[in-house]
Design a protein around this ligand. Sequence first.
Ligand code: NDP
Length: 282
Amino acid sequence: MSQIIDGKALSLAFRTEIRDRVAELSARYGRVPCLAVIMVGDNPASRSYVRGKIKAAGFVGMDSRLVELPETVSEQRLLDIIAELNADAGVDGVLVQLPLPPHIREDRVIDAIALEKDVDGFHPMNVANLWLGRPCTVPCTPKGILRLIASTDIAIAGKRAVVVGRSNIVGKPVAKLLLDAQATVTIAHSRTENLAALTREADILVAAVGRPGMIGADMVGEGAVVIDVGINRLPDGRLVGDVDFDAVSQKAGWITPVPGGVGPMTITMLLENTLECFIRKQ
Ligand code: NDP
């Protein structure tokens, strides 16, 4: 039976530290960090993520601004709002909740966020710096995943890590962070052959696919650390990950639950990134 990596409890510990730090910085600089979140349209999943981010900012004593725009907003209007927030000295972090409606080019929006306020770590310069091993803002979900693994007693160095999924926001950056932590990393994707044979060899398995329960017990090695990034809403309303939790938890050494694993850590790392942007500005 696996040990559960409790993302909720770990998040609370980190958020409490961040809250103390915010109080300290507020006394020193006379203001608290401020996170601006732009939301376009009314996607229910996006709305719930945005609500979680704003609430978490409040918990740690940060200010936040929520800019809600209609689905029909023009790309130019969105870019203008980003420019205003970039220029606003009272704002330390700017994030645009993805996905965006199809008439808005995501790349143009990501590129428009000032590098020093890019709390999501999606700006091309942040991505380049991550891959070059230079100082940067590390994307929240991959950063949180490394913290979750660090909370186990498993040392990453020398281990075989398999990341299933190669998106720019999760798969690729988490693979780079695992490589930096001295793992031997394989990135798998929809065209990978013999996926199960590959994942079974992993000491650390990260599933970031978006397919409910696709990682079964037959795909996991005995004692592996299994990180489930997937967030999938089933027709009956239940939220499940990419890993078949009940079956895999009989075999893995460590496993993250969904909900309560990677999700809360992602938001916590967003708070940490906002704090880092604030500190760099002072
Ligand atoms: P994307 O859809 O951008 O990427 C999915 C990846 O999975 C692709 O690389 C795709 O391969 C791969 N894939 C699809 N089908 C298979 C298959 N059958 N076998 C192997 N690989 C496959 O998703 P994201 O990375 O944005 O998100 C992944 C999941 O994580 C989603 O459920 C999302 O909701 C969740 N998520 C959770 C977060 C959190 O905070 N917990 C944060 C971000 C995402 P290919 O490239 O070949 O198409």
